[in-house]
Design a protein around this ligand. Structure first.
Ligand SMILES: Cc1ncc(COP(=O)(O)O)c(C=O)c1O
Length: 427
């Protein structure tokens, strides 16, 4: 459940009208609900409480400092995947002892930075990376800690670009090579590999792929321990899906916990989780205004002021985002967000952005109430991988971001200026 609801005929975020936010901050603007973010974080913490997990928010999903700060203050750690994300996590007040660093291509500079800041662990993705971290830690006179990211070869049945735990993907080390890896690197002087990490993909709508993966890695850990290796934690990654298309599309995290806890309880190692989307996905919307309407052959286009540079998921993954007017006519006020709900007196349109690419769309062949120039649309479930994946393509200024807390709205990222677009080039 989130805090974007239609009340008195129009869309609110918590206690504030979407139309008021658009009026005050312009469009396109990302709007986040503080309550939803914290509720989702606490749902995960509560569901997995019997194994007292370390929760590391996957900052790549939504890195705004104000949002990360909320989570850090709630006790959350961070999963980072670049030097920039590490910097962001620290700026947001993240505790280095709860920061883990994954990614197949960590540079020497990034590894040095992470060791200096004293992060909890590297999630190591290859043999060469382990050797490199050991070498760099040695040069620095420090000891680094790591977990081996294992590729468990399970299919999460999601988009091929976000499938990460199948053999043919670039992530982690094949599970068959894991024991060899531990045997080979047991004696490293400057790197202690003491954990196992998996992340099978995202968004994952099923429980079974997690169960399969956890069974494989817990059996692996049993074997490693018998061989005398010390395994101190198991990091299960993220990937829990959210409701993009209808309210029952994704399983609540309690269902994941119900299936996984019996496999995890009583183990002599700690558990870490790296959720991103589950915390912020439904906690954010993108507000955009209709600029024009036009026909292209028999097709109707609604051209809006947000483009693929603001929200690339539809173009990149053919993702579905529910889109609806923020102030619909009374016959079209939705009681729930359901892709199968047909509008009264509606039409089927492509909702497209201003960018010079045919791939610049937010929705295709979408039933929508009749809208006209100036109408405000809400693109729902845009909190994860929305602003975070936005760019300046076509020299568009990136959108503003605001955070709603009850009746209060706070600007948490100003809309970029034209000067911002060229500032780094004034060298
Ligand atoms: C290593 C790792 N952990 C966690 C996540 C977070 O996934 P999600 O936002 O779907 O929970 C990702 C996403 O790509 C990832 O690559």
């Amino acid at each position: 459940m989130d805090q974007f609801l239609y009340k008195n005929g129009e869309l609110y975020c918590e206690g504030v009208k979407a139309s008021q936010i658009a009026e005050q901050f312009g469009t396109p603007t990302y709007v986040y609900s503080k309550k939803t973010i914290l509720d989702h974080y606490h749902q995960i913490a509560g569901a997995f409480a019997p194994v007292n997990p370390t929760i590391c928010f996957s900052i790549k999903s939504c890195g705004n400092l104000h949002i990360c700060r909320l989570l850090a203050e709630a006790g959350c750690g961070f999963d980072v995947t670049s030097g920039g994300e590490l910097f962001r996590a620290l700026e947001a007040g993240g505790d280095p002892a709860k920061i883990i660093y994954a990614g197949v291509g960590k540079t020497d500079e990034e590894i040095r930075y992470a060791i200096e800041t004293g992060i909890a662990a590297f999630n190591i993705e290859s043999e060469e990376e382990a050797e490199n971290i050991d070498r760099i830690a040695g040069e620095m006179g420090k000891k680094a800690v790591g977990a081996l990211r294992v590729n468990p070869d399970v299919d999460p049945h999601t988009h091929k670009f976000t499938t990460t735990g199948k053999k043919e993907t670039k992530f982690g080390v094949d599970i068959e090579r894991a024991e060899q890896f531990f045997a080979r690197y047991r004696g490293l002087k400057n790197l202690h590999v003491a954990g196992i990490h998996i992340h099978i993909g995202s968004p994952v709508y099923e429980i079974d792929p997690y169960v399969q993966a956890v069974k494989k890695v817990t059996a692996l850990i049993d074997r490693l321990m018998l061989q005398g290796h010390r395994i101190e934690w198991l990091d299960l990654g993220g990937g829990y899906a959210v409701n993009y298309q209808h309210p029952e599309q994704a399983l609540p995290v309690t269902e994941h916990a119900r299936a996984l806890l019996p496999l995890l309880k009583g183990k002599p190692y700690r558990i870490a989780l790296e959720p991103g989307r589950y915390i912020v996905g439904n906690a954010g919307i993108l507000l955009t205004r209709v600029l024009y309407r036009k026909m292209g052959g028999a097709k109707k286009f609604v051209i809006v002021d947000a483009g693929m540079n603001d929200l690339i998921r539809p173009a990149l993954y053919d993702s579905f985002h529910y889109i609806w007017p923020a102030v619909p006519d009374p016959a079209n006020v939705p009681t729930e967000r359901n892709k199968d709900r047909l509008p009264a007196n509606g039409e089927v349109v492509d909702i497209v952005g201003p960018i010079c690419e045919s791939g610049d769309f937010l929705a295709r062949e979408r039933p929508l109430p009749m809208v006209k120039r100036g109408d405000l649309l809400s693109v729902f479930t845009a909190g994860a991988y929305g602003f975070a994946m936005s760019s300046n393509y076509n020299n568009r200024r990136r959108a503003a971001e605001v955070l709603v807390d009850g009746e209060n709205v706070k600007l948490i990222r100003r809309r970029e200026t034209y000067e911002d677009l060229v500032a780094a080039e004034r060298v």
